[in-house]
Write a protein that binds this ligand. Sequence first.
Ligand code: CTP
Ligand code: MG
Length: 225
Amino acid sequence: PRFFALVPAAGVGERSGAGMPKQYVEIAGRPMLAHTLAALAEVPRLAQTLVVLSPDDERFEAALPGYAGWVARVGGASRAESVLGGLAELRRRGAADDDWVLVHDAARCLLRPEWVDALIDACQHDAVGGLLAQPIADTLKAGDAGGRVTATVDRRDKWAAQTPQMFRAGLVQRALAVLGAAATDEASAVEALGLAPRLVRTSMANFKVTWPEDFELARRLLEHK
Ligand code: CTP
Ligand code: MG
């Protein structure tokens, strides 16, 4: 089987407060999406990377001039719909049921090729597949709308899910079609089928740029890479 990467980059980045889709915000001299794609380009085992854009994206060509990889304007209203659109496109371009697809958020621009290699090494002979994740170090609180603690949650068996998440093309397509727009990641859709994805421990440096203050942290890390 081959390995494909699929990068959903069709979000609006509302929480970032950037006033534009955050994947196009420049960090350390390049748009966030360029950093993400550069890291994936350094993984020789990936046969191809497909970038999923919004159908009305007007920034990609200027942000990544001359980009030679696969691009599809099939993004949807939710991340899951964008990934489903990308999976259909990968199938059109020849991905088979048992080829692996590594879905990676455009907004995780700190990605390092060695983390992708670690995921592939850990999962390529797994019956289900898996994801990069980080064990929770902080004490976990549940809170109410008024910003008060309602409970302390046992953190010992909790992990923060990251990406890439790696599953067979046929399985993840079926799983997302069943769970639909509600799935915030591929693993939860696969779990809903009764399967248990493998957790592959990684670094918290693989965080998702989400809030306004995250850009500064990402800049510092990218400038000192
Ligand atoms: N994404 C996507 N299509 C959507 C929503 C999200 O392709 N309809 C992508 C984003 O571009 C991002 C990744 O999924 O790379 C993770 O999503 P998130 O961090 O939530 O990004 P946004 O949805 O853009 O941000 P926000 O939720 O703050 O609006
Ligand atoms: Mg979102």
